[in-house]
Design a protein around this ligand. Structure first.
Ligand code: LMR
Length: 394
């Protein structure tokens, strides 16, 4: 049977992770996969996560199955974190999922059930797994312009122009904050413009929010998602806890569906639970329970928020230092966008050939589209990267 298989395209982010591991140079710099690293290159377990895990080990009395939708307390806590009362609770259906990717997959399957003919619109560029899953599911997809290669900012006019072709019932995927891979984000007035257009087009927004707390702050980063959620009858939201709780391998995420009324909410909830059952049955619980413990305990929550804020400010500082070094070396402000971008990533905006040159000559690993994980830098590697960028003629 297996002789009929053909090999699948490699995920470019995961392939880069493997190539980095194999590189024997001790000067190598990993700006690849979106995992937070501290100044010494470690991805620590957050303090509040450790404390919550200790508490769970001590107090948890069973490992029996949860419900198909996961622990309702996790849904409540995450709806609070992401939506903060922006939408009536009785309009929101929610299921726990294996990570943010699981939430995206379940959302797409729900769209397939509810609106099989809908086109899913993706930003160009976007996280490569978005188009990959859509293609795998055989769904229709189109892209809208997002990134202006000249300014390295959002191509807002291009975005609105392309979204002008959205048909009623089409789904538009938006990054709630910290756009992956570009790092360029819509301003609040621009979000309002996009919302107005999508309402006019009777589109369904689908928000992917995987980096809440990594951009301008926990509340600030949720603001656009809340505005979208409160502006439409139907909204899909895929949220990840991988990054902001640092629980990558626990696979902790949630799909929320905002429905028009309670009856439709119930229908969405029943279908989402059904989809969980078909795809993996019960969602992973450990990470979800850790997150719930943290969010519901004032002391743990305050400590988590404080550590998350340290992480956010640390990345902002790295951005500023890199932009300053490049300003010095290039005698120009053409890299200032790096300090203006938000989140873990910035798209440098150069060719795959030059990205490859940085890897071959300097052991600097970034994704082929020139996405850099800013958290992979430190005081020592910033001057190395800046010099390599200038020497390569970028
Ligand atoms: C990334 O974009 O690097 C992360 O979301 C990790 C992944 O699964 O690709």
């Amino acid at each position: 049977m297996f002789e009929t298989l053909s090999s699948q395209p490699k995920d470019k982010i995961l392939a880069l992770m493997a190539a980095y591991r194999e590189d024997e140079r001790d000067t190598k710099v990993d700006l690849g996969v979106g995992v937070y690293k501290d100044a010494s290159g470690n991805t620590p377990v957050m303090r509040a996560v450790k404390a919550a895990e200790k508490r769970l080990v001590k107090e948890q009395s069973t490992k029996a199955y949860t419900g198909l939708a996961g622990d309702p307390a996790f849904s409540d806590a995450m709806i609070g974190l992401v939506l903060d009362g922006a939408v009536d609770r009785d309009r929101i259906a929610a299921v726990a999922t294996p990570g943010g990717t699981g939430a995206i997959r379940q959302a797409l399957e729900l769209i397939k059930l509810a609106a099989p003919g809908a086109t899913v619109w993706l930003s160009d560029p976007t996280w490569p797994n978005h188009p990959s899953i859509i293609k795998y599911l055989g769904m229709k997809t189109k892209t809208y312009r997002y990134f202006d290669a000249e300014t390295r900012n959002v191509d807002y006019v291009g975005m609105l122009t392309d979204l002008g072709a959205v048909l009623p019932g089409d789904v538009v995927l938006l990054h709630g904050c910290c756009h992956n891979p570009t790092g360029a984000n819509l301003t609040m007035p621009q979000w309002k413009g996009v919302i107005e257009l999508l309402k006019e087009k009777s589109a369904v927004p689908f928000v992917d929010i995987a980096y809440q707390g990594f951009g301008d702050g926990l509340a600030e980063d949720g603001a656009a998602t809340r505005l979208v959620a409160s502006s439409f009858d139907n909204v899909l939201i895929a949220a990840s806890c991988s990054k902001n709780f640092g629980v990558y391998r626990e696979r902790t995420g949630i799909l929320m569906s905002v429905a028009k009324d309670t009856a439709q909410r119930d229908l969405a909830q029943q279908n989402m639970s059904f989809l969980n059952r078909q795809n993996f049955s019960f969602p992973p619980d450990h990470g979800a329970r850790v997150v719930t413990t943290i969010l519901n305990d004032p002391e743990l929550r305050a400590d988590w928020e404080a550590e998350l804020e340290e992480v956010r400010l640390g990345m902002l500082e790295l951005r500023k230092q890199l932009a300053a070094e490049l300003r010095r070396l290039s005698n120009s402000d053409r890299f200032d966008f790096l300090a203006e971008h938000r989140g873990m990533f910035s798209l440098l905006g150069t060719t795959p050939d030059l990205v490859e040159k940085l890897r071959a000559d300097h052991g600097i690993y970034m994704v082929g589209d020139s996405r850099m994980n800013i958290a992979g830098l430190n005081k020592k590697t910033i001057p190395v990267l800046a010099k390599a960028i200038i020497d390569a003629g970028i």
